[in-house]
Design a protein around this ligand. Sequence first.
Ligand SMILES: [Zn+2]
Length: 249
Amino acid sequence: MKIVYHPRYTEVYSADPAAKPGRLEAILKEIEGSYDFLESEPAEEEDIRRVHTPSHIEAIKRNSHLYEIALLAGGGAIKAAETAFAGEPSFALIRPPGHHASPGHSWGFCYFNNIAVALTKLKSKGLIEKAFILDFDLHFGDGTSNIFAGSKIKYFQPKAETREGFISEIREKLEEEKGYEIFAVSAGFDRHIEDWGGQLTTDDYRTIGELVKEAAERNCEGKRFAVLEGGYNHSVLGRNVRAFLEGFA
Ligand SMILES: [Zn+2]
């Protein structure tokens, strides 16, 4: 299990809750020393262009600080995907998040769609055709869903409103799905009982991690990676990431 990270992710590139000071530090404090870290490199503009329109890229570029950190987040997701494809599960501890970034626009603290940038990179290298994305963030990843609509890369987010229902929906879906070459997770922790969603427990994240791991082992020799999306209560975020990684690793 590798953690893909870069110290520049702690920089405050905007005034939104995903960019708040102390957010990534809260996660680092819980997981440092438990896993090996790899350092992110910025994505190439070509990697971003596979997913986003030139006008969207130009719009983000107008804020050069934001653009630099957003490229580094996309590059972190690429490194996590490539590490996973090579046989080592990985987690991209990155920000800004990405699942609300569509080809030509973005909102909800997102700028470039990191998970889409990573999967389209693997696809462009001829490594994968079919991938499964589980998104367990509180919010629907409209960007990811738009980008992959009608393609062999499947986007799935459970709709159940109870925690038991949410977990069993994931379990059932992962059991019925077959033939994927990699599993990717949009790991947002804002659904936690002490975060905005007020739904899942810390142990639930461990269970979700295990379910994805088992599905990846059944489908594709365990190839799997996750990228950080939401999660805003710094006092529980680190513990939740840690629990997820314990199940996922
Ligand atoms: Zn969210």
